[in-house]
Design a protein around this ligand. Structure first.
Ligand SMILES: Nc1ncnc2c1ncn2[C@@H]1O[C@H](COP(=O)(O)OP(=O)(O)OP(=O)(O)O)[C@@H](O)[C@H]1O
Ligand SMILES: O=C(O)c1ccc[n+]([C@@H]2O[C@H](COP(=O)([O-])O)[C@@H](O)[C@H]2O)c1
Length: 186
């Protein structure tokens, strides 16, 4: 099995993530993509609690056969280091070929990540394009993946909600309902 792990804070998950994951799945012929919710990202402090971000990922991935929400980093104490996630994934799925997918912008700092210089030995690293960021300039071997440019970010979604503006069509409809129901980011 060719297994993709899409790492992110997902605060909240949005259409930019889903389009990138779908392009990666097609381009790399992935059987499954697990959306790995960074419970305690080492480099930033999410606004919504981990369980809420995970529930939104569950809602957003429910209708796509190949997409799954992953609790790997929620059920592990301490900071959510990618090296620990890849080692655990290799233990859980020893037969699978692993692909770790995230934005090209995130990889530019990869040498500051825990054991960042050796992550490419644990999985094929896939860097999806993001508007405003060049695909090059990553200091370790990665597979660059051009995807349709979607200028949506979680930061912009949180800002719009705080300003009382709609996020209709920025996130899947069930996520929009969840955000309203729980009053997140107001
Ligand atoms: N619109 C997008 N197109 C392509 N990649 C994206 C897009 N939005 C996010 N990504 C990538 O997906 C990964 C996980 O994203 P993350 O959960 O941090 O969302 P984000 O929108 O970047 O959040 P924030 O605005 O809070 O920093 C990141 O590496 C990011 O670069
Ligand atoms: O392992 C680390 O030290 C590390 C440091 C920074 C970021 N990451 C991972 O990079 C991915 C993208 O991060 P972000 O902030 O864009 O959501 C996500 O899976 C993070 O857990 C990992």
């Amino acid at each position: 099995m060719r297994l993709g792990l899409f790492g992110g804070s997902f605060d909240p998950i949005h259409l930019g993530h889903l389009i990138a994951a779908s392009e990666a799945a097609s381009a790399l012929n992935l059987d499954r993509v697990l959306f790995v919710v960074a419970a305690r990202p080492p480099h930033k402090t999410p606004v919504a609690p981990p369980e809420a971000r995970y529930e939104m990922v569950l809602l957003a991935t429910a209708e796509e056969r190949r997409f799954f929400a992953s609790r790997l980093e929620l059920d592990r104490p301490g900071p959510s280091y990618t090296v620990d996630t890849l080692l655990e994934a290799r233990r859980l799925f020893p037969e699978d070929e692993l692909f770790f997918i995230t934005g090209a912008d995130a990889y530019r700092d990869i040498l500051t990540w825990k054991e960042g210089h050796r992550l490419h030995e644990l999985a094929t690293l896939v860097a999806v394009a993001r508007p405003g960021y060049a695909l090059g300039g990553v200091p370790v071997p990665v597979v660059p993946l051009p995807v349709p440019e979607v200028g949506i970010s979680s930061t912009e979604i949180r800002r719009r909600i705080a300003e009382g503006r709609s996020v209709r069509h920025w996130v899947p409809r069930p996520v929009e309902v969840y955000l309203e129901k729980h009053g997140l980011y107001r």
